[in-house]
Design a protein around this ligand. Sequence first.
Ligand code: ADP
Ligand code: MG
Length: 425
Amino acid sequence: MHLKTPTPADVAGKTVLLRVDYNVPLEEKNGLRVVVDDRRIRASLPTVQFLQENDAKIVLISHLGRPKTGSDNRFSLTPVAAHLNEALGFPVNFVPDVVGPAARDAVNALQPGQVLILQNLRFHPGEKNNDPYFAQELASLAGIYINDAFSAAHRAHASTVGVTAHLPAFAGFSLQEEVNHLSSLMDNPARPLIIVLGGAKISDKVGAAEHLSKIADLVLIGGAVANNFIKAEGIEVHKSYLEDSPADSSKEGVDYIEFARRLIEAHKTEKVLKDGYIPLPKILYPVDVLAAPDKEASDPATVTTIDISAGPPDTANDQNLAYLDIGPNTIKLYSELLANAGTIFWNGPMGVWENDLFAAGTRAVAQAIAQNPNTTIVGGGDTIAAIDHFGLSGSFKYVSIAGGAALDFLSGRMLPGIEPLIVEP
Ligand code: ADP
Ligand code: MG
């Protein structure tokens, strides 16, 4: 996949509409809303700096959260502008509108190298509806468009798709980096390619699980996602978390246990030899789990290890149990396999790592991946929070900040926001 990348000549002296993803977590501190994780903001700075060096006038556009009505102050981009100015020492102006006279005047007042942030795109219903009139209004502010928001590229909105009908469109550096790293998993990866999937939200991951299973040598399943696979094999999971099939019409009819059963079945005959002679199925789920009546448990005495491969017991006591982490034998098996991987992609914690009693699986898998010197790519909001917590975020080849868009991309689908940025072969 070849993306249109901007050269200095494309941007020099131009007004550039730069789509970024500043949908960052905010928290209230001393009566002010402040940015608590600025990864996505920092990721956009190389493109902004490139534009500054080439005397472009820069107009940043982003969404933030899901405001129901226009101008809900809780979703204002003011804290993001303040963070750029104060915490990052990166001077930007802010205008509390997206289109209209105030925005236009602020854009017209820009000098080469100056940066302006417009208000939250979603304060206008035209953004999510990909309204052609709104897209045209937005586009009329600038001479060219650059998309540096991979994490919003799975949505066909005015700022990701609509504007490209009106302006020459290019890919920003952070978007290119995401595309390159994620593509490297699907295009000729160094083998064995191991996919590690966990977390709670299987609904987000079915597309990527299905597509990557075809490409990968091994798929290691953990977290609450694994409960679907355990149950699909006819083993009781008692009070364990299973995501309900969503009410969301686009995913209607998806039964995740049935999905797990199909995935196991589809790859049943593809065996992988561990240590050169032990045959393993390609789709692996835990051989043992840590179980307790409650994920908030604080007493280690309430935690038991259950041997899944033996078919767990089913007494009245067991019926109160939830499976909350992968067990010690699974940790050993997964760690040994990961040590020999040529390429690894990991999304989703192995257990409820937020509770120390159920953090061992996620920590061990994170460490095994961190120690692998080959291509290691990690993604997912909660997975990133976990590696930050373990102090390991710097130990992977690439940490994807694209969340759901990365999983969509890995399902093999062309994302609507990427399509206009591709160079014709
Ligand atoms: P990500 O954001 O990395 O894609 P998810 O949002 O799918 O991951 O899931 C993350 C959450 O899954 C974690 O916060 C963790 O507490 C929860 N989780 C992991 N394993 C289990 C489990 N066995 N039972 C219940 N919740 C789990
Ligand atoms: Mg999450």
